[in-house]
Design a protein. Sequence first.
Length: 271
Amino acid sequence: MSERKVINKYYPPDYDPIRAEQALKKASKKLKTNQRDVVTIRLMTPFSIRCSRCSEYIAKSRKFNGKKELLQEKYLDTFKIFRLSIKCPRCNNMIAFRTDPKTADFVMECGGVRNYVSKSTNGASESAKVETIDETLERLVSEHNDEEHRNITGNSGEDRMELLEQRLSKLQREQEDAEELERLKKARTLQLRKESLLRDEKNKQQQSGSFGDEELEKIAEQAFNSKGGISHTKGSLPAPKRISKSVRKLRRPTQPLKDDQNPLGVRIKRK
């Protein structure tokens, strides 16, 4: 096996580097233009498919290495359409399907059959052909004319009366709702007033109950004092006891008291 990174290379005698470079550029440009709209991607099948050659079942959301190709057709000359192609894992058959902007779904082209067709894609055969701008305009105009004709023929006197009755019933319901809302507001304010009155009454009862406890304490104290021979109310001082004259007359000391003999520190005046 020859070396990959060699220093000496063989060039024929008629080798022209300019022509070789031009030929290489042309080949690369042709390769790019051919595969410009084809990209290899990793994709998942959007629906279950059955291969038309070997009847192989391909489940939905199965991963494949496929190719994405941009088609020249456009839906309403605005939306791009892509073709996605994969190979059957059993027989290597090419299976292709493309996007359908009209139904926001995919349409099978070749190589397989779609197992389940929903209601939205029931007309897949009709949508397989891309609509042109003229066909789309004609379809929209015909739909508009049909709708106008339906409105003209359908708006008879009975329908107008039904519309009028519906409006009247709607206004009546709105009026009833407003009355009900006003009634609820009044009931709420009345309930709040009752609650405030009950709260005030409860506070008054609590205050009166505290006053009654104080009065009971006063009565009990008076009864206790009357048993002991002293009658006075709470807060008033008891009457002072009478002191006899013998107790009042104290014998004066003959000698002055010293500081250590006078523990109270009272200074007695001498006459």
